[in-house]
Ligand binder design. Structure first.
Ligand SMILES: NC(=O)c1ccc[n+]([C@@H]2O[C@H](COP(=O)([O-])OP(=O)(O)OC[C@H]3O[C@@H](n4cnc5c(N)ncnc54)[C@H](O)[C@@H]3O)[C@@H](O)[C@H]2O)c1
Length: 336
């Protein structure tokens, strides 16, 4: 059976997902590209050979010729559209964050549990990135010994036009909140957040530095700098008692010129995580086909924990004090 997918939101990420579905996802067809802007929907649909375009996301989710929904519209639309897909009985790949506030994440969790089967995968694609996967495998097989620290850097050339200062914590850092929690297989107990002296916290892209404590006793630090100017640069190191692992970004060429040896940085995140997006979307298609969530994939509970951590991070930054992150038992429904 071919799975007919609607992509909702055809901006930078939605267009990327549409290209993967159309060109690299055997078993799926790009049925509808839906965007609030009909021009944007048409442009992406024409490029990818989608069967139809639309501008109303709720009507798109309800269509009888749509089997599954990929949500890549802005953060504040995610929860309502995910809830609509659950109501329609259609599996969803929802871009991160699941919702910008934890109360909306809980609404999604309640609806999914009430529906009695999993419908939601959250777009924390770094779980599928080969460099993080190797880091996790080396921790899990004992090579590194007990994990003690994880360092994370997340740098963008410039902040997107719609960014606010706090989106460093609510929109960018959730990637690190999720992947560090995934690699370490733990939950956070607290977060502290800092900014360099003289930085205007409301300025989009203003750097933020966070330190999290985990239930497993590790420290996780995260630098988010969305005005790094020089290139898209994600780095990470996991430090264990017997060794450490650095993430390597895929580098396809080294340039030797003018007495220098250079590697290029990409202008945004897509090349760095291209393989992760592809593997994520393939895993989601298997989930749609079988009803069985892919073991590595982030579910709605993971989405909730990332948003809860972001909320505590915002509180920590505004109060200038360490914020406790409420512990909660993962419901049996999400232990897969
Ligand atoms: N996983 C990742 O690495 C990653 C990277 C970037 C962005 N994202 C997430 O992807 C989502 C989209 O980000 P983007 O950078 O593509 O943004 P974007 O602004 O480029 O695109 C958003 C698109 O959604 C459309 N839109 C707005 N409201 C809509 C609605 N109600 N229904 C249908 N379409 C609507 C807009 O017209 C626009 O074309 C965000 O939630 C963002 O956090 C994830």
């Amino acid at each position: 059976m071919t799975v007919r997918i609607a992509v909702i939101g055809a901006g930078i990420m939605g267009a990327d997902h549409a290209r993967i579905i159309a060109g690299d996802l055997p078993g799926a067809v790009l049925q509808v590209v839906c965007d609030a802007s009909p021009e944007r929907a048409r442009m992406v649909a024409e490029e990818c050979g989608a069967r139809d375009i639309a501008t109303d996301p709720l009507a798109t989710i309800a269509r009888s010729d749509v089997d599954a929904v990929l949500i890549a519209s802005p953060d504040e639309t995610h929860a309502a559209l995910t809830l609509a897909a659950i109501r329609a009985g259609k599996p969803v790949l929802c871009e991160k964050p699941l919702a910008p506030n934890s109360a909306d994440c809980l609404r999604v969790i309640e609806a999914e549990m009430r529906a009695g089967r999993p419908f939601v995968q959250v777009g924390f694609m770094r779980r599928f990135d080969p460099s993080y996967a190797e880091m996790k495998a080396l921790l899990d097989d004992g090579t590194l010994g007990r994990a003690v620290l994880m360092h994370n850097f997340h740098r963008n050339v410039s902040a997107p036009a719609n960014f606010t200062g706090l989106m460093a914590i609510t929109n960018s850092a959730p990637h690190e909140f999720d992947v560090a929690r995934f690699v370490l297989d733990t939950d956070y107990t607290s977060i502290s957040a800092f900014q360099p002296a003289g930085v205007d916290a409301s300025r989009a892209g203003a750097p933020v530095f966070m330190v999290l404590e985990t239930a497993g006793g590790q420290l996780v630090n995260i630098e988010v700098n969305n005005t790094a100017a020089y290139g898209y640069d994600v780095r990470g190191e996991l430090v264990g008692e017997k060794g450490s692992v650095f993430l390597n970004a895929p580098v396809h060429a080294r340039i030797n010129v003018g007495l220098k040896s250079l590697e290029r940085y990409a202008p945004d995140w897509r090349p760095r995580f291209a393989e992760a997006y592809r593997l994520q979307n393939k895993a989601w298609l298997r989930f749609v086909e079988t009803g069985m969530p892919w073991p590595v994939a982030a579910n709605a509970w993971d989405g909730y924990r990332a948003t809860l951590t972001a909320e505590a991070g915002v509180k920590a930054l505004s109060n200038g004090a360490r914020a406790v992150i409420e512990r909660a038992e993962r419901p049996a429904f999400y232990r897969h």
